[in-house]
Design a protein around this ligand. Structure first.
Ligand code: GDP
Length: 299
């Protein structure tokens, strides 16, 4: 199974990978190679800052290794990228609090509900009891979809038709404590009826959760679609400014995502990547590994 996900990630990133890998198919290491590489990295959503960083780091490594072999240089680029991404590699730890309250945010379509379903399965497989909170009370479909994932995982769900998102969150944390759950996962809205401000709403949920349990929320996750390129970084910054994120889930890396945006995130807003999504099924959630990811991106 482990090999399977890496293959899907590699397949997903292949387009980017091959465009970067092509840079190293020549016989010489010269300025033209660095220029081509710069263009390929920018095309892969790596962003200006991370691209500059990687090129500077690569030149240093090449000088140090005194190599003239493009294939070896490609290996050094993988090393540079892995080093840049390593600070993002951090596990989601539960068990320090009961329950561990995890608030999950993300714009509609990012894969938030699916990721909550996958995360529930992952936590349950580690023996944790999970309670879901449907705090996106604005969209009936969101509630229903979360209920489906709750069913599939046979976990309880706190929901309230047309209720107040903060009130549902408060009830869920209180219920989680009373029922001795290990984890409460709070699903929040990704878009609101126009006049309301999403970030205000999310901040309110966070405040109310904290009222229900002084140490909560213990994690604030943002789910982002790996296909959205540089816009993913914009989202990370905006949600982090408003909510002080503790972790990211980056979805759809099995599809057409270019992958370089993880370098941009590492460079400009290094919020840990707890998980990556590599498919639509319940088991298609993987922990992020910087070295494997770099190698997949450059394969
Ligand atoms: P939400 O609006 O953020 O809750 O998004 P959903 O969870 O409903 O997901 C939107 C679409 O993306 C659905 O069709 C999911 O099956 C799909 N999706 C979510 N995560 C992944 C992933 O990692 N890989 C792929 N290929 N599709 C995904």
């Amino acid at each position: 199974a482990r090999q399977g996900w890496l293959d899907r990630l590699k397949a997903g990133l292949r387009k980017t990978g091959s465009s970067i890998a092509t840079v190293f198919t020549g016989t010489r290491i010269d300025e033209a190679l660095y220029e081509e590489l710069e263009a390929a990295l920018l095309m892969a959503d790596t962003g200006v800052k991370a691209t500059e960083h990687l090129l500077t780091d690569l030149r240093r490594r090449v000088k140090e290794a005194k190599t003239t072999d493009p294939a070896a240089v490609k290996g050094l680029l993988a090393d540079a990228m892995a080093d840049l991404l390593t600070p993002l590699q951090k596990p989601l730890v539960i068990g320090e609090h009961q329950p561990t309250v995890i608030m999950v945010a993300g714009v509609n379509g990012a894969g938030k509900t699916t990721s909550i379903g996958k995360l529930t399965r992952h936590l349950a497989s580690e023996g944790a009891s999970v309670l879901l909170a449907a705090a996106d009370t604005f969209r009936a479909a969101a509630r229903e979809q979360l209920a489906v994932w709750a069913d599939r995982n046979t976990v309880e769900i706190i929901t309230q038709q047309g209720g107040d998102p903060a009130a549902v969150s408060f009830d869920a944390v209180t219920a989680g404590k009373a029922r001795g759950k290990d984890v409460v996962l709070v699903d929040t809205a990704g878009r609101l009826p126009t006049q309301l401000h999403l970030m205000e709403e999310l901040r309110k949920i966070k405040r109310v959760v904290q009222k229900a349990d002084g140490t909560a929320p213990h994690e604030v996750l943002l789910v982002i679609d790996g296909n959205t390129g540089q816009n993913a970084l914009t989202q990370v910054k905006a949600f982090d400014d408003a909510l002080q994120l503790t972790g990211l889930v980056i979805t759809k890396l099995d599809g057409t995502a270019k992958g370089g945006v993880l370098c941009a995130i590492a460079m400009e807003r290094p919020v840990p990547v707890y998980f990556i999504g590599v498919g639509e099924k319940l088991e298609d959630l993987e922990t992020f590994n910087a070295r494997e990811f770099s190698q997949a991106l450059l394969s």
